[in-house]
Design a protein around this ligand. Structure first.
Ligand SMILES: CC(C)(COP(=O)(O)OP(=O)(O)OC[C@H]1O[C@@H](n2cnc3c(N)ncnc32)[C@H](O)[C@@H]1OP(=O)(O)O)[C@@H](O)C(=O)NCCC(=O)NCCS
Length: 213
C-alpha cells in the first residue's frame, strides 16, 4: 500500500483526495494519510482528513510516504515555485495522481508529482511536466507540451503542437490553438482563445484573446 500525504488544503487538495479515493476504488493500492498545511494546526481536519503538520514538516515523516503538492494559485505561481523549491523534496518522493477515468495515450510522458483528473485526454506525443495539474475534461492535443508547474483548467484544450511553458495557467474552457506558445507565467483567462504566442507574464482574455495585463 502506498501512503500519500497532500501538501496544501481545500480546493485542489480535495480534488487530489478524491482522485486517490477513486484510484483506490479502481484497485490501486494507495491510501491518503492527511495534509500538511501552514494555515491550519495539527488536530484540525480538511473534510475527513487530518492535518498532520506544517508544510516544512514533510522531512520528519516516514521515508516510505510519497507527497503530492497542491499549491497552484492563479497569478501567484512564481512565488509558489520558490516555496516548493525551498522545501527540497526529492523528485523520488513525489507521486503523480492519474484518475482511472483519464485517457492517456501510450507514449505520453507524465512528469513527477502531477495530477490528471477525470475525463482528461492526453493525445499521442504529448508531454506533461512535473507538478502540473490537468483538471477534469481537459484535452492535451497530439504533440502538445505542458511544462513544469502549469495548470490546465476544466475543459480547457491545448491543440496539437501547442506549448504551455513553466508556471503558465490555462483557465477553464480556454483554448491554445495549434502550435501556439503560452509563455512562462502567462495566464489564459477562463474561456480565452489564444491564437498567437504570448510574452512571459502576460494575461489574456476573450475570443480572440486580447491582452488584459
Ligand atoms: C483572467 C483573470 C485571471 C483576470 O482576473 P482579474 O485580473 O482579477 O480580473 P478582474 O476580475 O478584476 O476583471 C477585470 C475585467 O476583465 C473582465 N474579465 C475577467 N476575466 C475575464 C475572462 N476570463 N474573460 C472575459 N473577461 C474577463 C471582467 O469582467 C472585468 O471587466 P470590467 O472591468 O468591464 O468589469 C480571471 O478572470 C480568470 O479568467 N481566471 C481564471 C480562473 C481559473 O482559472 N480558476 C481556476 C480553475 S477552475
Amino acid at each position: 500500500m502506498q501512503s500519500i500525504v497532500l501538501i496544501g488544503g481545500y480546493g485542489d487538495g480535495l480534488v487530489a483526495a478524491q482522485i486517490i479515493a477513486d484510484m483506490r476504488s479502481a484497485g490501486c493500492s494507495v491510501s491518503l494519510l492527511g495534509f500538511l498545511n501552514d494555515a491550519l494546526k495539527v488536530g484540525d481536519t480538511i473534510n475527513c482528513w487530518p492535518v498532520l503538520g506544517k508544510i516544512k514538516d514533510w522531512e520528519g515523516l516516514s521515508e516510505d510516504i510519497q507527497f503530492h503538492i497542491c499549491l497552484h494559485k492563479v497569478g501567484m505561481m512564481d512565488a509558489r515555485i520558490k516555496l516548493i523549491e525551498s522545501l527540497c523534496i526529492p523528485e523520488s518522493r513525489l507521486i503523480s495522481l492519474v484518475h482511472p477515468a483519464a485517457c492517456i495515450a501510450d507514449d505520453v510522458i507524465v512528469g513527477k508529482g502531477s495530477m490528471i483528473c477525470q475525463h482528461v485526454t492526453c493525445q499521442p506525443g504529448s508531454v506533461i511536466g512535473n507538478i502540473t495539474t490537468i483538471r477534469a475534461g481537459a484535452n492535451v492535443g497530439h504533440d502538445a507540451k505542458l511544462g513544469n508547474y502549469c495548470y490546465l483548467g476544466p475543459n480547457a484544450s491545448l491543440c496539437g503542437r501547442s506549448e504551455v511553458k513553466t508556471g503558465a495557467h490555462v483557465g477553464p474552457n480556454a483554448v491554445v490553438v495549434d502550435a501556439v506558445v503560452l509563455e512562462q507565467f502567462s495566464i489564459a483567462g477562463a474561456g480565452a482563445v489564444i491564437f498567437k504566442s504570448t510574452p512571459k507574464y502576460s494575461t489574456w482574455i476573450g475570443n480572440p484573446a486580447r491582452r488584459a495585463k
